[in-house]
Ligand binder design. Structure first.
Ligand code: ARG
Length: 458
């Protein structure tokens, strides 16, 4: 008769619904490779302290390699009683090598095992995700570098504010991703802390060499407190937070492009590859990719807040609540990875309509420059702001453009206006005046491009 791994003290049977409720194998089998790696390292550490002979170790590690291969080949057959990936692998190992398989778990608990697996698994994912952030940054920087000559209105409150270079807008999003890249790199040392050798909670009674384990598994440091080692999931919270912030940035960029792709703006056209149609309105081309990027952020925040609620108020060390770390983590990993790749594709294939952007540049958005003109003649800005405002109002009342007012009109508003006033009404000149660091002048765009290229080289 089959026995549950922990069945010794039990006489009654598990309720069938409870059995299914408790089972995590269907999702935690994703960590099969990490689980095998951890077990192989642990078997080696047991040999070092004399629990296993060298031959036993070899039999166990060979067996584990076979189990790992079965997962990889998709031929691992799960059994009804395989509660999670750890019990499944151990059960299969014992099938392959007999009772010797039962020695592997000496001094180990699923508590230190699962925490180790999660960290190993996440470390690998974080590497991939870092590459995706780099990919997205790359396409934005490349575009920005090529499209420096395109001007459009910059908006605040979604109202036209001042002229900017299209590249400046693109790079404003890139700057967010730049720090996302930095932040994900900074997560690594805190994920890379080894729990294995913490036992169930009190530590390992067979003096396993945890420094050896850390080296075998590539961990940067060792959990210095076994109770913390088995109970800590902050590394997961931090990843969920990172995902939330990154998705916030993706969703804001998506929103800009959604608005700019409307007929009303017409600044950009999304590639067919990232759009879909309507089942009833034949003319429609909807920016579904961007809407999903915006929408996905909601579930990512949900994963973060949901898991924080799971953690809040838990007693020390391991509680089964912690099994609820997996689905939110896996979901965030999957969706943030996909989102970064989709965002990269959208940006790489976006069609930009420089003419439409240029047409949206109206003379009124040079009102700040008009005020600055008088500032350069020595008049306090608060006064010049007012003068410029009155010029805007005058043009509005005459239903003409700001630059269609006559010099006499301007002189009536302020005596310091003179012939050179017309130098103000030039969008290119306006963006070029923003030449302090961080501005939208061509030089400062080039500076941003080179700063980001330097970030990407590292
Ligand atoms: N499947 C469990 C999890 O994911 C593994 C640890 C179980 N430990 C225990 N003592 N029940 O958290």
């Amino acid at each position: 008769t089959k026995q549950k791994l922990w069945g010794g003290r039990f006489t009654g049977k598990t309720d069938p619904l409870m059995h299914a409720f408790n089972q995590s194998l269907k999702y935690d089998q994703r960590m099969h490779a990490a689980d095998i790696r951890g077990s192989i390292a642990y078997a080696r550490s047991l040999t070092l302290v004399g629990i296993l002979t060298k031959e036993e170790e070899t039999k166990i590690t060979d067996g584990l390699t076979v189990v790992g291969q079965e997962w990889q080949d998709g031929v691992f057959i799960a059994q009804e009683d395989d509660e999670d990936i750890h019990t499944a692998n151990e059960r299969r190992l014992s099938e392959l090598i007999g009772p010797l398989g039962g020695k592997l778990h000496t001094g180990r608990s699923r508590n230190d095992q699962v925490a180790t697996d999660m960290r190993l698994w996440l470390l690998e994912q974080v590497q991939d995700i870092e590459q995706s952030v780099r990919g997205l940054l790359h396409v934005i920087v490349d575009r920005a570098d090529k499209e420096k000559d395109i001007l459009l209105p910059g908006y605040t409150h979604l109202q036209r504010g001042q002229p900017i270079r299209w590249s400046h807008l693109l790079l404003s999003h890139a700057m967010s991703f730049r720090y996302d890249l930095e932040r994900i790199q900074q997560l690594v040392p805190r994920i890379s802390v080894l729990p294995l050798g913490s036992g169930a909670l009190a530590g390992n009674p067979f003096a396993v060499d945890r420094e050896f384990l850390a080296k075998e598994l590539g961990f940067a440091s060792i959990a210095e407190n076994s109770m913390w080692g088995v109970g800590d999931r902050d590394f997961i919270v931090e990843f969920l937070m990172w995902s939330s912030l990154t998705m916030t940035h993706i969703s804001r960029m998506a929103e800009d492009l959604i608005i700019y792709s409307t007929a009303e703006f017409g600044f950009v056209t999304l590639s067919d590859a990232y759009s879909t149609g309507s089942s009833i309105m034949p003319q429609k081309k909807n920016p579904d990719s961007l809407e999903l990027l915006r929408g996905k952020s909601g579930r990512i925040f949900g994963n973060m807040t949901g898991f924080l609620m799971t953690l809040k108020g838990l007693p020390s060390t391991y509680n089964k609540d912690l099994q609820e770390d997996k689905e939110p983590l896996f979901d965030s990993v999957d969706n943030v990875s996909a989102s970064l790749k989709i965002a990269e594709g959208v940006i790489a294939t976006l069609e930009v309509h420089a003419d439409k952007m240029y047409k949206a540049l109206t003379m009124d958005i040079l009102a700040t420059d008009l005020a600055d003109y008088l500032v350069r003649k020595g008049i306090p800005f608060r006064e010049t702001h007012h003068v410029s405002g009155r010029a805007v109002a005058l043009a509005e009342s005459r239903q003409c453009q700001l630059n269609e007012l006559t010099l006499a009109d301007f002189k009536k508003l302020n005596e310091h206006f003179s012939e050179d006033i017309h130098s103000v009404f030039n969008f290119e000149a306006s963006v070029e005046r923003r030449e302090a660091i961080g501005g939208t002048s061509k030089k400062m765009i080039e500076r941003q491009v080179s700063v980001l290229r330097e970030v990407l080289r590292k």
